[in-house]
Design a protein around this ligand. Sequence first.
Ligand SMILES: Cc1ncc(COP(=O)(O)O)c(C=O)c1O
Length: 374
Amino acid sequence: MKEINDVVGIDNVFKPHIVRTKQYKGGSTRDEVNGDMQFYKLSSNENMLGPSPLAMKAIQDNIASLHEYSFQSDEKFREALEEFYNHEFHVDQFVTANSGIEMIELIGRAFLEQGLEFIVSTPTFLAYKNISELQGGTCVDVPLNPDDFSVDADAILNAVNNRTRLLFLGTPNNPTGSYLTKEVADKIIYNLPPHVVVVYDEVYFHFTDKDDFKTAASYVKEGRNVIAMHSFSKAYGLAGIRLGYGFTTPEIAGYLNRTRRPFMINTLTMEAGIAALKDVDHIEKTRALIHSEKYFLYNELDKADIKYWKSEANFILFKTVMDNEAFTALMLKKGVMVRTTEVFGLPQHIRVTIGTRVANEAFVKALNEVIEGI
Ligand SMILES: Cc1ncc(COP(=O)(O)O)c(C=O)c1O
């Protein structure tokens, strides 16, 4: 016993790759900024129309049963997903989790360990890197083209080696709003070796109206090693309940589902998700809002002579003439919270969520005042 104590201190047993990992931090919450202050929160790509009303009702209807372990498995939710997809995918092809971020964690835990690699194309959603590094994986970055944020398919294929296990493709991508054209997505996916799994993150797919945008569905149907990743945090307006899912080949889904613990998704979350899937009206209203308000904001940004990138998501990335911290602080003082993109490697850029007209007008007013004050 004495010998053991001499050799091992607590920091000796910490895993080095966990100690090295930079923890993922999402955008600030209202409370973190200032609980009492009133402002429009256009910083985390939430749905300003609020939660799906059907989901809210489902939560209320199920509160009284919270004393029971209602769901050991997520089968009820996966059955609802099979129905939602008109039985194009079987119940066993779905994997569910507490949010898209937890899907990334499940996938990383299942496929990565020290010595293995994953590919991302920055600037992109930071959790791909942070969460996958926690599983021991090494990040290989194949950056997006800095002018239009397009993906370099050849460079991605060249970066693949025997150690590569995961490729993260965000489409539409956060924070750029760019997307993979069908041509580029096909080129990558049809040329990958079979030991690489693609995480096809389409959590913003509701907002794109591009004809050449391709969802992951056809790749999965063809039996490619592709996991379509979805979240209830965006169009469904349910970021607070933390619910996400993926669909993939029966082989990969069966493998991933072995990693899920029992009772993983709580009763209210699961009932809210099942109800939200039926809320076609809320999704349609949300889509229509984002579509029309996107053009309103483009027009205002043009008038203010600000460089921005056309977006296929529910946010817009634009350039500022001052550093991010100063800009976001000034905007907040004027009642509008926007997201700094410094952390994505984009200094002097800002990401703004597309909100309701009243919030967007407040954003435009604040933006113009900040510009005039320079
Ligand atoms: C590209 C992308 N993927 C996944 C997520 C995860 O969403 P959540 O964990 O809220 O389901 C986000 C959230 O902002 C995102 O931007």
